[in-house]
Design a protein around this ligand. Structure first.
Ligand SMILES: [Mg+2]
Length: 191
């Protein structure tokens, strides 16, 4: 666990998803987009969500801890993380190995869940942990901690991170983040 930066305002942990939350990546078998990628990681083309650098700067200054948690592999997670931010500034980079595999009995398919209990070693209690993720199902064990975000598919006119920054500024001072209903924030016109 890293020390909180001196300017941190809130003793809270912010856990960010990668794919379709902060970036959109396409492998070689996936088609083109009308917009050229911003980065490349091996055979992946990577589009950064507009406003990403400002967003990360903001949350790293405000939250006592910022971690990344993806269901992707650890190599991919570390590769993407280091194109976004100095990994030393992150509380952790968690990947699929930290996820829990569950089976959907209707479809017979496996899916991955990010279990909030695996964050107990970070020292933050569950009242002080926020997730931002485009896939609510992965947070089915902690919906009350989730700020759901519209999936980013590479669009250059996406503005969700600027709106999310303002919304997190509202949530930061809340004593127990689970007490706030966060489902409708994306439709709010005042953000
Ligand atoms: Mg995602």
């Amino acid at each position: 666990m890293n020390e909180a930066p001196p300017e941190a305002r809130w003793s809270k942990l912010l856990v960010l998803d990668l794919d379709e939350t902060l970036i959109h990546a396409r492998g070689p078998s996936q088609g083109e987009l009308p917009w050229p990628p911003h980065r490349r990681l091996g055979s992946y083309r990577v589009w950064l969500r507009p406003g990403l650098a400002e967003f990360l700067r903001h949350v790293l200054a405000r939250f006592a801890g910022v971690g990344l948690w993806t269901v992707a592999t650890s190599d991919y997670a570390r590769g993407v993380a280091s194109m976004l931010v100095d990994p030393a500034r992150l509380a952790f980079i968690y990947s699929r190995g930290r996820c829990t595999a569950l089976r959907d009995p209707d479809r017979g398919r496996r899916y991955w869940v990010k279990d909030i209990r695996k964050l107990s070693s970070t020292g933050f209690d569950e009242a002080s942990i926020l997730f931002v993720d485009d896939k609510p199902r992965g947070l089915e064990r902690s919906y009350a901690n989730l700020v759901p975000i519209h999936p980013f598919m590479g669009e250059p006119d996406d503005r969700e991170l600027a709106r999310l920054t303002r919304y997190l500024d509202e949530l930061g001072p809340v004593e127990d983040v689970r007490s706030v209903d966060k489902r409708g924030w994306a439709r709010r016109e005042d953000l």
